[in-house]
Design a protein around this ligand. Structure first.
Ligand code: SF4
Ligand code: SF4
Length: 114
């Protein structure tokens, strides 16, 4: 799909826009601006996180968590799996909530080693 075709899709009314589930692969997603986190004046977001997201075995690599993470800290690796940059993850839990197969567990930082 060309870039302008993508924009045509998201410029339609809410009723006409494709639902997220209708996108078949990464290339069909409309372009969206995303800013990547950097260190703040009091350190990184990961320094004050209370809950840590952990991707469990059985992840089907659908990428939904990647799409929903508001911080842009979930990355797709070469092998197709996903990893979370814990330096900047704020522990909001949106990825765990949106994972369709409940493959992300939110663990209290004090209960996690390291
Ligand atoms: S807990 Fe929030 S910030 Fe961290 S990876 Fe999940 S969605 Fe992103
Ligand atoms: S949403 Fe869940 S199943 Fe999909 S890639 Fe993320 S962790 Fe894996």
């Amino acid at each position: 799909m060309t870039k302008s075709k993508k924009w045509e899709k998201i410029n339609k009314s809410v009723e006409e826009r494709p639902k997220l589930q209708e996108y078949k692969n990464w290339e069909e997603l409309p372009p969206i601006p995303i800013s990547l986190p950097i260190d703040g004046s009091i350190g990184t977001t990961g320094d004050w996180r209370t809950f840590r997201p952990i991707i469990l075995e059985g992840c089907n690599q659908c990428g939904i968590c990647w799409m929903y993470c508001p911080e842009g800290v979930i990355k797709k690796k070469e092998d197709g799996s996903f990893e979370i940059n814990l330096d900047y993850c704020k522990g909001c839990g949106i990825c765990a909530k949106e994972c369709p197969s409940n493959n992300i567990e939110m663990k209290r930082e004090s209960d996690v080693d390291g």
